[in-house]
Design a binder for this molecule. Sequence first.
Ligand SMILES: Cc1ncc(COP(=O)(O)O)c(C=O)c1O
Length: 508
Amino acid sequence: MILGFSTHKILPDRPRVNRQLLDQTQFPLLASLQTCANRRDAPFYTPGHKHGAGTPDGLRTLLGMPALQADLPELPDLDNLFAPQGVIQEAQELAAAAFGAEQTWFLTNGSTGGILAAILATCHPGDKIILARNMHQSAISGLVLAGAMPVFLQPEYDPQLDIAHSITPEAVTEALSAHPDARAVMMVSPTYYGVCGNVAAIAQRCHQYSIPLLVDEAHGSHFAFHPDLPTPALAAGADLSVQSIHKTLSALTQAAMLHVQGDRIERDRLTRTLALVQSTSPNYLLLASLDAARHQMATQGKKLLEQTLSLARQASAEIAQIPGLSLLTPDQAKTPGFTALDPTRLTVTVAGLGIDGFRADEILHNQFGVICELASLQHLTFIITPGNQATDIHRLVCALKSLPSPFSPSPSLLPPLSSLLSPLPSPLPPLSPRQAFCAPTETLPIAQATGHISTELICPYPPGIPVLMPGEVVTEAAIAYLQQVLAAGGIISGCSDPGLQTLKVVRM
Ligand SMILES: Cc1ncc(COP(=O)(O)O)c(C=O)c1O
């Protein structure tokens, strides 16, 4: 019998862990999965491909038999993600100790699932939550699911680079005194550009109000393993952090972790909310990859990240010498919303060459096979991890050196964001995102949408700050701004009509 969600075998209570005794050289979940994959049982359980025997040839060739033989369900030796008492619990305890948490949950639905669960676990319908306006869209989905009312804070904005950084402790203090009934504060740190906010000061402000600080640390899972990297959110005092172990460490895509410390988060409720947002058939390849990534970092992380940092420093130094290019650097980390920079994240400004980031990305991709993580109007962002080799850095630098410089440097074509930034017209929208999401909608020509309530989340890149959220009143300024971004060649995500000729609003 397999340990399905509803049929799991109850094992006797395990004694509490003594962290000193945890052996980080072990990988209990990976080892158990390997043992099960080596067994030649008669499989009358899911998945239907039965250890790869029923897998179509093309897929079998792509994945290889070892991966298919390890694609197993909740067999007795493999524990149960939603009631762990065996190897998953052991692997999670090892991860908690390695990442500096009191308790860690493995996630098979990315940081997305962790962010949804964090909001559901802290907010009841109608509760207020203070959060950065440049949160990932999963946070907005979390608001829809929880029925929470957002109090949005504008992140600090660098008009020269056209990049949104973190929210500031001052903005959080102001919001907390205006909304002392808020249930939590949520921020993103580091941002996609590797910029970290002042998590320590913001955590302190939250704790004065006895509420938790939730940090979307999707891009910062490597921070705990090298002293030259920014301080991890938990070490800075956050109550909960969510990390995409697949983004900057070696886990498989979608594998992530949620970490908690202290007693401001109701852990039972968090466990239940995680079960709401994840499959009851978690993929063991993903789970085992989390165990392996933790083992790799706990046993060799400092050495591996030393090499990564050295590659990143070498790349930065060489790129800085290329005429027309500049980099986001740690010495720019001097403002309340930008207190540290992840040195393994390279944001290269190409605007000085007179070409935009999208064109530069196309050239690097098509002519050099060099592929960045993120292209925006002025910049290209590259992620360097222990998986990169010196040859990758060499190809990157050579490709950047070959970028054409057809014109003299041009200023950003984007309209100034200042009209849309602080203060927000009203930090509290007339409808919650959930009320707007569930309301009957109508599609209006854009010229007639002003004054109606948006059901769409519309976000221009750059700088990645949503201009319209579900539940907010559509203003003329917001529409004009979005139209100018489109005209300038920027990208707008989230709208049902990408040309922005129409907008979906709440039917009045
Ligand atoms: C800042 C941020 N948070 C959360 C997420 C969601 O992470 P995942 O892809 O692991 O679900 C992303 C994804 O890109 C992100 O950039």
